[in-house]
Ligand binder design. Structure first.
Ligand SMILES: [Zn+2]
Length: 435
């Protein structure tokens, strides 16, 4: 039995016991026969008010529909690619008018279906910082188009207007708030709180009558991406900790993240959120201690590890990336080495060193030996970089670079790392196959 399948079944057991999931047994039976990575073909009933269209992966969020006797509220709208299917699945559950759309934050995998869901009279709610966050993403449209595609393992799109201006984001919100916003619809109260973490505009939703907390991307089944490799402003570790504290203070019995499955039971939710925030705090405090002791960032990346009781997995965020993200979030790019003040990159010296090593062939041979002997493939990759610094068209250099990337990909268990390695493999293959 796969771990995913087991966790899906464990999630539904409390609902089966309470009898609120009347066709749960049928669903439980069906779950045994869905492939490991398949998502549900129809909306999942969480309780009498909440339904979920499940996102397929990290690139499309879940869409939630909360149904009241005065209309429905949509929480997150998934990606442009997934939104039409989510819309169809949830509209099949209820045709109630959509009174509000709540956006947990301004990432494209959450905002992609806003236009689809918006009806006359629908109000879109977001946190104030959404405006600057959308401006920032739009300001760097060309940059992010390439980096997002590489990180997601997608083809690189052709961008017609990569530089739309400094303040060109399109604000979808009718209502913006700073710290807290509350409204009542039918029998339910919706309390929205600013909970920065994954993004500065991140919000979480608390429905006290259902004891339900919607936590967006501030919790998922992996260490968080405190630094995202596609490029991001600092995501402050202490913001995550405080935001998760706020959710814990509500004592939720149901937690609904925007990626992955809901979690039920206050004891389980408390255990998961406490472990998660303690893992973030552990890494943060270790980086801060290292910075104050004068330790360099690479030593910290190699030495700080989560203790076993705080290990929350690294299938999405990697602890080492977050260590560097926290360090450079606080300190910026200068590493206190005077040579870093100048615009000549380290590759200038690498090129010189390669010629001192009697040319590229010796370096290529050493990199190949390292790969064949199953030593550190990262070292082989750096040697390939040195060869290409000396001769950017060297076939042997590109070949050993590709082989090192393939080796690293075969060893990786992190989806983002694999996608970036594949983008390097594609680049090397394109170079090797060009006339
Ligand atoms: Zn997301």
């Amino acid at each position: 039995m796969s771990k995913n399948l087991l966790s899906s079944i464990l999630f539904f057991i409390p609902f089966l016991r309470k009898g609120t999931f009347c066709n749960g047994l049928l669903l439980l039976f069906t779950l045994f026969y869905v492939p490991q990575f398949a998502t549900a073909a129809s909306a999942i009933k969480i309780n009498n008010n909440i339904y979920m269209a499940q996102g397929s992966s990290n690139i499309s969020s879940n869409t939630f529909m909360v149904i009241t006797n005065q209309g429905a509220v949509i929480i997150d709208t998934s990606s442009p690619a997934a939104a039409p299917q989510h819309y169809e699945m949830l509209k099949a559950v209820s045709s109630a008018p959509i009174r509000y759309i709540i956006i947990t934050h301004g990432h494209g995998d959450h905002t992609g279906g806003i236009d689809l869901w918006k009806e006359s009279g629908t109000q879109v709610i977001a946190q104030n910082n959404l405006i600057e966050f959308l401006d920032y993403q739009t300001r760097l449209k060309g940059f992010f188009a390439v980096r997002n595609a590489k990180q997601a393992g997608q083809p690189i799109p052709v961008i017609s207007n990569p530089n739309p201006g400094n303040f060109a984001g399109q604000n979808p919100a009718d209502i913006l708030f700073d710290k807290k916003y509350q409204f009542t619809l039918g029998e339910l109260t919706f309390q929205l709180f600013s909970t920065p973490g994954e993004t500065p505009d991140h919000l979480s939703v608390w429905i006290p009558e259902l004891q339900a907390a919607f936590v967006g991307d501030n919790f998922y089944n992996s260490f968080p991406n405190i630094y995202s490799l596609r490029g991001t402003k600092p995501r402050w570790a202490l913001d995550y900790v405080q935001s998760l504290n706020k959710v814990l203070s509500w004592k939720p019995r149901l937690m609904l993240p925007s990626h992955g499955m809901p979690v039920s039971g206050n004891a389980t939710i408390t255990q998961k959120l406490t472990q998660y925030q303690n893992a973030i705090l552990y890494v943060h405090d270790a980086v801060v201690a290292g910075m104050n002791a004068g330790t360099d960032v690479f030593t910290l990346m190699n030495s700080i590890q989560l203790p076993p009781d705080l290990y929350v997995g690294e299938a999405y965020g990697r602890v080492s990336w977050s260590i560097r993200g926290i360090y450079e979030g606080y300190a910026g790019w200068f590493d206190a080495n005077p040579s870093s003040m100048y615009s000549d990159p380290p590759q200038v010296a690498l090129s010189e060193l390669v010629s001192l090593a009697s040319g590229v062939d010796n370096v290529i041979q050493r990199a190949q030996e390292i790969l064949l002997s199953s030593e550190d493939a990262v070292l082989a990759l750096h040697l390939a970089d040195a060869v290409l610094a000396a001769d950017g068209n060297n076939i042997g250099g590109w070949t050993v670079r590709r082989d090192a990337l393939v080796k690293l990909k075969s060893l990786s268990t992190n989806g983002i790392e694999k996608n970036w390695l594949q983008s390097g493999i594609d680049e090397a293959n394109a170079k090797l196959n060009s006339p």
